[in-house]
Design a protein around this ligand. Sequence first.
Ligand SMILES: C[S@@+](CC[C@H](N)C(=O)[O-])C[C@H]1O[C@@H](n2cnc3c(N)ncnc32)[C@H](O)[C@@H]1O
Length: 457
Amino acid sequence: MKKGEEARGIISEYRFPDRGYIVREDGKVLVKHAVPGREVAYRVTKARKGSAEGRVLETLQPGVCETRESRCPAVGSCGGCLYQTLPYEEELALKSELLERLLGEAVWEDFLWEGLTPSPLAEGYRMKMEYSFGDAYRDGPLCLGMHKRGSHYDIVETDHCELVHEDFNLALRETLRFFREHNTPYYHKMRHEGYLRYLLVRRGTHRKELLLDLVTSSQLPKEEEEELLTAWRQRMVGLPFAATLKGVLHTVTDSVADAIKDERTEVLFGAAQFEEELSGLRFVITPFSFFQNNADGAELLYAKVGQYVGETGGKVVFDLYSGTGTIAQLVAKHAERTVGVELVEEAVIAARENAARNGVRNCRFIAGDVLKVLDEIEEKPDIIILDPPREGVNPKALRKLIRYDVPRIIYVSCKPSSLLTDLEILREGGYHTTRAAGVDMFPRTPGVEAVLLLEKK
Ligand SMILES: C[S@@+](CC[C@H](N)C(=O)[O-])C[C@H]1O[C@@H](n2cnc3c(N)ncnc32)[C@H](O)[C@@H]1O
């Protein structure tokens, strides 16, 4: 195998989350974002002894399971989904098998695998989208949507996306139409010039409330900007959304990073927050606070966490990486007390407000890095719940947690492939995985959420 070589082959082996392998006589070629069974044309991009990596150039023949017709014209080019062409049952069976195999390799001891719970909605489930402004090709017309797969710059217009409710597509389509009419320039990532950066859309599935936030640079003259934003707000307020439009916002970010850094947010209409209901509790969601993206899926995930937490009467439960305090409040119903720890101050303020509105009084929320807070907190937990970001738990924080010597740790992972190192440290600390399950929070994508019960032996 040589770098640059072009060939064709069938993706005959597959590993979590979307790693396909083409098996050849001279070794295996790894191609990411692959669908099992597909025959593809590929180029070898890296070659080592007996193993290589490649990039798919073209799908020549779909896999036998690819029998679903997608309504999305961006299928294949958009970086958002992968399994658009698989019926949901096939996708679920594939993801369940991959997750079980991955956990089987990460967990040494025998554990009870409880399967992958399907998402009640396989489409229209996402509650948040961050669309980027740009162009579909160099110096092309203004575009708004998702990044093209594998590209930092090119944007694919995604106004027929199946992962979101039609309200998202309407907001995207009309915002794009509006700024095209006004010839407003997008912010060029290389030159750091231009105005339009992102459109953030959040919508609660259960309470059907909608929030729109236009994120821009500060590079437009004040008066011109005011006139433009007033007209955009009017256009948005006049749209026939199925949900109640709770707020239209404008956020300024001049940071050169390709991520929204909230430097200033003004309310153009309504309020800077909305509410969603999960498992009988209400939660205030602000533009940038973390909230699970799939409301029905989140209820199933939290139910599984509750099952693994078990009996909590008279017990103190730590909910580490608590976001807007969902798990802490749900668990607080039966526990003596819960303590949530979360890095993002805005989310902690929302968590406290949420608890007060829900009448949950035995919850405390601390703002800060878990690693530091664990040094400062005097209270000791009886049960620990971990729901860290994608990169997992800081190893030093894990070692501190082990010293609490609690009988049960519940680990919720949104990136199961990064569990390996965390489980190794916990194993050294005497914890063994006894039960594990998955919840499909992200249909049509390779992502799943894993929940593990670790017990001290
Ligand atoms: C996967 S979310 C979990 C949120 C929550 N459990 C839920 O279900 O809504 C991870 C959370 O960890 C927070 N976070 C990231 N790094 C952190 C750290 N070092 N210390 C505390 N919180 C952190 C993020 O802001 C995010 O809200």
